[in-house]
Design a protein around this ligand. Structure first.
Ligand SMILES: [Zn+2]
Length: 645
């Protein structure tokens, strides 16, 4: 029997880090109120959500039609999940009455048999479960379950959990391998990982079995979703599904046999997360192997430096190995949230700290970049290079927005970022029956109990600003602590109450036994450096990017002028770390390097082409963390710079 590693519950943590702490506070005090206004259509000049209105119509409280995307209900569910996490860490009580009221509304919109989806209830109740490819009913059920589990864990109240169980029970009666049941599965994976959560909180094995059914059934022949689509004869909800193929929703073969990350990136990583959960629950070595293979394919060949995934704007999907274009990719915020979820589960499954490199990469870059420093603007698509003039509507660049948006007609990302930041504690700490895990160095406090022993831990992480990571622990009985040593920490060292100790490293964790009041210090340096990409990444050949620790840095026009593509830097150039940018949150330094700018390429500068005639100018370049770009002025942005080689 393996020892399972469980991420800590959010309520046991408090984030004090200058950057993340500010964002977590912002989720409770700005994001939740703002998103409540957005899903009630009260943000001036923002895309309408119609989310709450749809629930009111479905509940019979007002007349009307369903408006907005077919999966709009999930905005409310993800918002509720974020509220639950805020309540859990003691910051969301102001929103509790509103949440309780909207939970009553959800219950009123639920049909007597448990069915809950405002689009089908309002528009076409006779078509329930007939369009699994596009209908998102099971996807919606998944987000309802996740919200319900979080709300139950935060408040102890069962109302939303009962609604979710009633819907899950209907799904269980409707779907399965048995005769007389529908043999389909979701067109957008999500319910699978949610059902595992529901099983863990209720102890009802049938929810786990249902999750297992959905994953096992997927990819069988004949292909359920393709047959369903053929029956609709091109009458699709989503026009772009005219180009639908079996890889889009990862139905080209059984998940356990899949070896490369294909199709729609969010669907993929949500499914892989469920596969990792099932590998753990069923101790299924084949499923674990599939997860490891898929993970390696992503991080070795299909992931951006920023932890973004999804190279194709069209159909928001993976393409082929090393295809990582910087300006027209998708890199959806939700996909990086999903990559965090998958990587976290792989760490729990294997006990290997290395998976947190990817959690951290996605979090510290793409997920953080998805939200503005004032919490009221969002990126859906996260480019590594922006020239605002070519982000034109009705072109192949129309999906790339050069500035964050107030809201989206399809607003999956903003509440997904909110629930992720609100639950950040679960990505920092975990525990098994035998050990406590520190998975990321983010200043915070953690109070937990292991084998009946109360443990208080206070982490001050100053490694990014030249200091140490200090862990102050209080525990009555001996406790094993496993501290992840990240890849970028050079010459790590450990001291206990001022005395140096030998590092004992297992699976990427420094293993330390502590008892009583103990101060541990993790030393080592985190240097800013240049990175290059594998030469097969055509988009980055001959280019370098700047990183410090897990943070990717970028140039912005506001600091470096226009036409950033004309800039060249030497990978040997010294990198100076300067004070943090005053008008940006956190304490991460800005980076300064000397470089050159091509100021002339042809003699007749107004011509489009001509004989090469290069002239350069020395420039001093300033880079800021990618996570914080587009928080001052709009303009060009660039991660990968030409290298002087
Ligand atoms: Zn999204």
């Amino acid at each position: 029997m393996r020892t399972s590693i469980v991420p800590t519950s959010v309520g046991k943590t408090k984030i004090t880090d200058p950057l993340f702490g500010a964002y977590v506070q912002m989720v409770a005090h700005q994001v939740i109120p703002y998103q409540w206004e957005a899903i009630n259509d009260r943000v001036p000049d923002a895309e309408k959500a119609y989310c709450i209105e749809n629930f009111r119509v479905a509940a019979g409280l007002q007349q009307g039609v369903h408006r907005g995307a077919i999966f709009q209900d999930t905005d409310l569910y993800k918002w509720l999940e974020a509220v639950a996490f805020c309540i859990a860490y003691g910051e969301g009580e102001d929103f509790r009455p509103i949440a309780d009221e909207v939970i009553d509304l959800i219950a009123q919109a639920q049909e007597p048999d448990g069915y809950l989806n405002t689009y089908f209830t309002i528009e076409c109740p006779e078509k329930k479960w007939t369009n699994l490819t596009e209908g998102h009913e099971l996807y919606g059920c998944g987000h309802l379950i996740e919200a319900a589990v979080a709300y139950y864990q935060a408040t102890g109240t069962r109302k939303l959990l009962d609604v979710a169980c009633k819907f899950a029970d209907l799904v269980d009666r409707t779907f399965g391998a048995e005769d007389g049941k529908c043999h389909g599965y979701p067109g957008h994976q999500e319910i699978e990982l949610a059902l595992v959560k529901l099983y863990r909180v209720t102890g009802e094995k049938r929810y786990l079995s249902l999750a297992n059914y959905f994953i096992r059934q997927r990819g069988g022949k004949p292909n359920y979703l393709l047959e369903e689509m053929a029956g609709r004869k091109g009458n699709n909800v989503f026009p772009e599904f005219a180009e639908y193929d079996d890889k889009y929703a990862q139905t080209h073969c059984h998940p356990v046999d899949q070896t490369t990350a294909v199709g729609h990136a969010v669907r993929a990583v949500y499914m892989y997360s469920a596969m990792a959960d099932l590998a753990m629950e069923y101790e299924d070595a084949d499923m674990q192997k599939a997860c490891e293979t898929l993970y390696r394919n992503i991080v070795d060949k299909r992931m951006y430096l920023t932890g973004g995934i999804g190279s194709s704007g069209k159909l928001e999907r993976f393409t082929t190995d090393y295809d990582l274009p910087n300006d027209r990719m998708y890199c959806e915020s939700c996909a990086s949230v999903g990559l965090m979820m998958f990587s976290q589960r792989m760490a729990s499954l294997t006990g290997n700290a290395g998976y947190y490199d990817t959690v951290e990469r996605a979090l510290c870059n793409t997920v953080m970049a998805g939200i503005s420093k004032d919490a009221d603007r969002y990126f859906y698509v996260n480019p590594l290079e922006v020239w605002p003039d070519n982000c034109l509507p009705s072109t192949s660049m129309s999906h790339v927005k050069p500035v964050r948006q107030k809201w989206f007609a399809c607003a999956c990302c903003p509440p997904n970022i909110a629930r992720t930041l609100a639950s950040l504690g679960q990505y920092i700490y975990a525990q098994s029956d035998t050990a406590l895990y520190v998975n990321m160095f983010i200043s915070s406090q953690w109070n937990t109990t292991i084998n009946g022993t109360e443990v208080k831990l206070d982490m001050k992480a100053e490694h990014m600003t030249g200091g140490k990571v200090t862990l102050t622990l209080e525990t009555e009985a001996p406790v094993e602590l496993r501290i992840r040593l990240p890849w970028y920490l050079r010459s790590p060292s450990l001291s206990r109450d001022g005395g140096e100790e030998t590092l004992n490293v297992e699976n990427g964790y420094a293993v330390v036994s502590v008892c009583g009041k103990t101060k541990l210090e993790i030393g080592g340096s985190v240097e800013a450096k240049f990175v290059a990409a594998n030469r097969n990444v055509r988009a980055d050949v001959g280019k370098v990017a700047l990183m410090k620790g897990p943070y990717v840095y970028c140039l912005e026009q506001v600091d470096n002028g226009e036409n950033l593509a004309s800039i060249f830097v030497s990978p040997a150039a010294p990198i100076e770390e300067l004070a943090p940018q005053q008008d940006l949150p956190g304490t991460l330094p800005t980076l300064q390097v000397s470089g050159r700018r091509l100021v002339q390429t042809i003699a007749q500068q107004d011509d489009l082409y001509g004989d090469p005639s290069f002239d350069v100018q020395d420039v001093t370049l300033k880079a800021i963390p990618y996570a914080l770009w587009c928080n001052r002025q709009s303009g060009e942005m660039l991660v990968w710079m030409h290298a002087q080689v």
